[in-house]
Write a protein that binds this ligand. Sequence first.
Ligand code: NAD
Length: 368
Amino acid sequence: MNTFKIAALAGDGIGPEVMREAIKVLRATEKKFGFKLEITEAPVGWAGIDSDGKALPEKTLALCKQSDSILFGSVGLPDRDATIPKEERPERAALLRIRKEFSLFANLRPVKLPKALAHACPLAKERQGDGIDILVVRELTGGMYFGQPKKTENLPDGNFRAIDTMVYTTPEIERIAHVAFKAARLRRKKLTSIDKANVLENGILWREVVTRVGKHYSDVTLEHQFVDNAAMQLVLRPTQFDVMLCENMFGDILSDEAAALGGSLGMLPSASLGASSGEKIFGFYEPAGGTAPDIAGKNLANPIAQILSAALMLRHSFGLNEAAAAIEIAVGKAIDSGNRTGDIFNPNESGAQKIGTREMGDAIAAAI
Ligand code: NAD
């Protein structure tokens, strides 16, 4: 029987509540599809500081290294931030450390707006078509955010000059392009590559390399869009997109724009992928939102983002496509039956019932 090792790091705020529901759904999937998941929980974030004095305790990091993937909740409690130095805070000491440690270079952010939740989307219904279903693939370790030189200089006239540098190499573009084409193959087989080839050297290289990589994926339709047009198209006709491939900064911006179309942060999963060894790709899977301290511990959080993050893990790290799809279908069924946590509840919607975190997890697990 195939066995997969998962480090489950729930973290702070709503993290433990939504993680509990994701594990419940994973267990239901394991039973149905006959694989084995070794899930080990460990503290991270303020939970790590409280138990071991560090946001990423050594034993947690060791567990991650022995695992095939990390299923992550979220970390950070703004009320406690002032009590420790910036570099020891969970967002830096745990999140950034993990990204670096595991060389997570590809960020996948799917945005899916089920028809039943059309009311939660800021776009008019006619722009939503048959439902929005987009995957943004963002390069995570290169481009403007990391290129050197990066500094602010004093000028002789007393002014300052700030310099950031956009740098990409051919292999960096190739490896993210392969991730995006492979993801498109598992979806509607269309890839829109985003660049600024009319102005930036980086854009010209990006377009050349993506086009070349595309020759290995003749079953995927490739098109190119300038980033400014893509930003506009996302609000004008979002249904034209399947997979959007972006460099780091463009992806940062467009993935948040796309996320706003999904209706609620509580619905949005994400995956960050590292290097592959054979069939297995090490990945870090987390909801797009944070610790939501305003609703933590009250059975109010929407666990769907965490549950869909677990589905992404089954698909992208373990190749369990059928089981991943089963989770996504079960989420759809739970929504279609009218189950709503507070963030997606509309009192005018007939047949909708407001339920809690635990009840939403139960409904999805039952639908597997
Ligand atoms: P947030 O995402 O935690 O919350 C923003 C709003 O969205 C809140 O009103 C919250 O109630 C709501 N929300 C978020 N997730 C939800 C869910 N699953 N169900 C229902 N509603 C949900 O953002 P914030 O308030 O800016 O940040 C709170 C803390 O989380 C901060 O310490 C921040 O640094 C941290 N954070 C961590 C991560 C991470 O671990 N990856 C990401 C973002 C923010």
